[in-house]
Design a protein around this ligand. Sequence first.
Ligand code: CO
Length: 209
Amino acid sequence: MKIRTALLATACAFALSACGGDDASPTADPAATPSTAPAETSPAQTPPATTDAAPGDMAPADTAPADSADAAPQDATASAGGACEVEIEGNDAMQFNTKSITIPSSCDDFTITLVHIGTMPVAAMGHNVVITESGDMQGVNADGMAAGLEQGYVKPDDDRVIAKTELIGGGETSSVTFSTSNLEAGGDYKFFCSFPGHAALMNGSVIVE
Ligand code: CO
């Protein structure tokens, strides 16, 4: 008993002195963090969380947390902020990180930037963003497949194509800026990847409002 107590006391003393020295900073930090956190965290995080829940698309929710965290602000920016640009991510799992793009009719031009966050080469996991009227999606996709890789899986001079990025592989980025004059508010448009087999998963709505 005595030995135990002594050991305990020694251990405690040691721990205390050991912790005592370190304690000064960790204690100061937690104290400082909460005071900073409420100011920055709650106002900043609450709106995205709400926005995230509403559009709560199946795809972004299913993907890695990092993706959904990325998707939310982008969606929020595109729809709420009236921004005339949006960034879309494609990955090696044949997914976009969003199921809808909102184009404000107040924008004369709109820019889509596609970022391929994967590592696979274009010939194996190529991605692009093609925008058409919904009714044209299947036809454009089929003709794109026939056109082949050299054409980026989009038939050259296809009038049904409203906008398209280049077909890119992992680690690459492609942007396209297009006039919104060919888009009608409330129209029925889709964006999709025309790489063979991808459009079934990699597609979403283009909302013009
Ligand atoms: Co693709």
